[in-house]
Each structure stands twice: as C-alpha cells, then as structure tokens.
Design a protein around this ligand. Structure first.
Ligand code: HEM
Length: 193
C-alpha cells in the first residue's frame, strides 16, 4: 500500500480514486476473505480431528484440503447479480434490474452436486465449488488465495494436534454479516504453551 501511495504522490499514473479503490480491494478482497479461509479452515479441522491426522500423514492432500475447506465453510457466503432482461425461470419471474442474492455457501452444500455435502472429504472426485464465484467475475485472486491457504495449512498442521478449543463446548462467535462467513474470534489453547 505504501508503494501504491508513493506512485500516486509522485506522478499522474494513478488517480486518487484509483488508489482508494485499490486499497479497499486489497483489504476486503485480498485480506479479509483469506483470513476467513484460514480461520474457517482451522475451525473445520479442529471439529474433525481425524482430518488433521489424515493431512499430517498425507501432505499430498493439502491442495485437495484447501478446496474442500473452501467448499465446506465458504468465506464469501453471498454473491450478487443484476437481472438484465425480464424472464421466467422455473416458474419464478425475474424482472430487469432486480438484484439477485446468490448463496454460494448453500450452493456449495448442494446434495445434487456434492455427495454427503455436510461431510469434510479430501477425496472428492470432483469438487466444483463456487467459493470463488463463476463466470467473467470469477475471483482474480483465486490462485493467490489458494497458495496462502495451503501455506497456512502447511505451517499449522504440525501444531494442530496440540491445539484445542478454549472451552469444551465452545460457542462459535460468527460475524453478523450476510455476505461473508467469518468468526469474530476463535479462542484456542495450546498444550505446548
Ligand atoms: C479465500 C479467499 C477469497 C475468496 C473466497 C474470494 C471470493 C471471491 C468471490 C466469490 C468473488 C466474486 C466472483 C463472482 O461474482 O463471480 C471474488 C471476486 C474478486 N476477488 Fe476474490 N476471493 C478471495 C481472495 C481474493 C484475493 C486474495 C484477491 C486479490 C488480491 C481477490 C480479488 C478479487 C477481485 C479483484 C474480484 C473481482 C473480480 C471481478 O469482478 O471481475 N480475491 N472473490
């Protein structure tokens, strides 16, 4: 961000509004969603300790694990589109200009698409989840986010067996926001500390 500010101050190649939108994009798209991928991923693994062992003994599953964690607790729970022309689909009327809220989290648990969708499975034959959206607006940072998720998992995986929830019946403190799925906090304790 400092480098972007410097570019804006030193020349005319980046306008103030371009700088502003780039900074918002880096924080919202580039940072927060990845934080939620890692946080939600940790939560899912701690709730399914046998998956931690599976990953520790089979690190070649890390890529598949990132995809499954993206599917299982999708960091972006809602996407949106505007209807461009009036039409009827499956008996529903869609009017031009209507805003559609599309639940990616729900689509990613669709039993018609995913076998046993409420189970975490690093061996799915096909994992065509919608965590990064679909079509021309498909997430530009998907590759980076996948790398970050995998790097975080690689670092955590050896520590995780020693980590547990602070309280045995820990209440999960989800953020009350419709569009994103992420926790306010996840209190943990480590046997090693
Ligand atoms: C786990 C992390 C991330 C998730 C789950 C995620 C998810 C998404 C989703 C669902 C969309 C909307 C796609 C659509 O409407 O079809 C999107 C768009 C976008 N994402 Fe990400 N994202 C993540 C990380 C990132 C990162 C790290 C960056 C950049 C550094 C980024 C940049 C963008 C941009 C620029 C768009 C807009 C693309 C467009 O409208 O053409 N995202 N992302």
């Amino acid at each position: 961000m400092s480098k972007l500010v410097k570019v804006q101050e030193e020349g005319d190649s980046l306008s103030e509004s371009e700088l502003f939108s780039m900074v918002v994009l880096l924080i919202v798209a580039g940072h927060e969603r990845t934080v939620n991928l890692i946080g939600n991923g940790l939560l899912t693994l701690l709730k399914n300790p046998e998956k931690i062992e599976e990953l520790r003994h089979n690190p070649e599953l890390l890529d598949a694990a990132v995809e499954e964690l993206l599917r299982y607790e999708s960091p972006v729970s809602m996407d949106s589109r505007f209807v461009v022309e009036n039409h009827i689909y499956k008996g529903f009327h869609f009017g031009e200009g209507d805003l559609l809220l599309l639940s990616l989290g729900s689509a990613n648990r669709d039993p018609d698409v995913f076998k046993n969708p409420d189970q975490v499975n690093f061996h799915r034959e096909s994992n065509k989840h919608l965590a990064f959206g679909k079509g021309i607006h498909y997430c530009l940072g998907a590759l980076l986010a996948r790398m970050e998720g995998k790097t975080a998992l690689e670092h955590f995986i050896e520590e995780l067996p020693a980590i547990s929830f602070k309280e045995p019946q820990q209440e999960i403190d989800w953020r009350e926001i419709l569009l994103f799925r992420g926790m306010k906090s996840l209190p943990l304790v480590s046997k090693n500390s």
